[in-house]
Design a protein around this ligand. Structure first.
Ligand SMILES: [Zn+2]
Ligand SMILES: [Zn+2]
Length: 355
């Protein structure tokens, strides 16, 4: 089958023939319907995330935002059936560690990152393997179409967990999202649906326009002001209740924290780049003086997908609103290469794998 292969970090990606996966006894194989193309793929390709354990040994198939249709299941699988449409979280869980048993499968002790770790070849491919499928394959309702499903990749579900569970955003909260790429725009849309008054911050007017389309009540072009955080504090009359860094660079993280009012909560959604290697200096005394909470957010636990799917089914959330473009597998390398200059807007989705 065809797959997008990382053969050498930072060198051009290629589409190659690789072997089809076979299901492990507890696993399933799904035909990929759609797979979002994400900045995280780009980071992995750059070899950025050594310190996070997301640096596979090449050659490795990239892609971590799939939805699919199950084509075969292992002998020990009980709940997943052939033909079923499924969402596939990127952070596979074991189901048996303490965190999994306490409803925090997204940070499972034995977590395997789809497309990021050797154990899990990715989903820019005709088919993808899902280990421990009874937990990690999330059945989709019949009336969610494939395109919506394909828009619910890591960015959308990660943003849902960040806004709905980690912040959590409630009615009337002032919410500022720093960085309006795919994750950021998803967060804008979701925070708005949860009742927040959302402010989008970015360097590009085009992305800020999209943020307004998705429900932002105000935007700040960080290039046009001296201090974007002060701008947010002025707009919100003292600071936001919730801030998110949806990019993962020192500047956006610091600006986000500095946008908060007393008692506010910062949610870190983006991992950092090779520039920061996970280290960002922050105004810790402000955390003390203002009793600011700093929270991390990773993925979304399969057991809570139903909350997001319910909001999609009732049209409060529309993952297709973020899908900028659909492409075939041969265009994936170029789409990822285009991310090197941070100009991409919204979410491109690959939905044609075998041509
Ligand atoms: Zn676990
Ligand atoms: Zn992603």
């Amino acid at each position: 089958m065809q797959a997008v292969l990382l053969e050498e970090f930072q060198e051009p990606l290629t589409v190659q023939d690789v072997e089809r996966p076979e299901p492990e006894p507890d696993g399933a194989v799904a035909e990929v319907i759609g797979c979002g193309i994400c900045r995280s793929d780009w980071h992995c390709w750059q070899g950025d995330w050594d310190w996070f354990g997301y640096r596979p040994d090449p050659p490795h198939v990239l892609g971590h935002e799939p939805t699919g249709r199950v084509v075969s299941v292992g002998e020990d699988v009980e709940n997943v059936e052939e033909g079923q449409a499924v969402a596939i979280p990127f952070n596979f869980a074991c189901g048996t560690c303490d965190l999994c048993r306490n409803g925090r499968e997204n940070i499972c002790e034995n977590h395997i990152g789809l497309g990021f770790m050797n154990q899990a070849p990715g989903a820019f491919a005709e088919e993808v393997h899902i280990p421990n499928a009874d937990l990690n394959a999330v059945p989709l309702p019949d009336d969610i179409d494939a395109e919506s499903a394909a828009g619910m990749g890591c960015r959308f579900m990660t943003s849902f967990h960040a806004m709905a569970h980690r912040a959590p955003v409630s009615a009337g909260d002032d919410v500022v999202i720093h960085g309006c790429g795919g994750i950021g725009l998803s967060a804008v849309h979701i925070a708005n649906a949860l009742g927040g008054n959302v402010i989008g911050v970015d360097l590009m007017d085009e992305k800020l326009d999209r943020a307004e389309d998705l429900g932002a009540v105000a935007t700040v072009n960080a290039q046009e002001v001296d201090d974007p955080a002060k701008e947010v504090r002025d707009i919100t009359d003292g600071g936001a209740d919730v801030s998110a860094d949806a990019l993962g660079i020192a500047t956006t993280c610091q600006n986000a924290v500095n946008s908060l009012r007393k008692g506010g909560t910062h949610v870190q959604i983006g991992l950092t780049t090779s520039e920061e290697e996970g280290m960002v200096s922050l105004p810790t005394d402000e955390f003390v003086a203002k009793e600011i909470d700093f929270k991390g957010s990773l993925g979304l636990q399969p057991s809570r997908y139903s909350e997001m799917l319910d909001m999609v089914e009732s049209s409060k959330l529309d993952p297709t609103a973020l899908v900028e473009d659909t492409v075939d597998i041969h265009q994936v390398p170029d789409e990822l290469a285009a991310m090197s200059d941070y100009n991409t807007v919204g979410i491109p989705v690959c939905n044609e794998f075998s041509n």
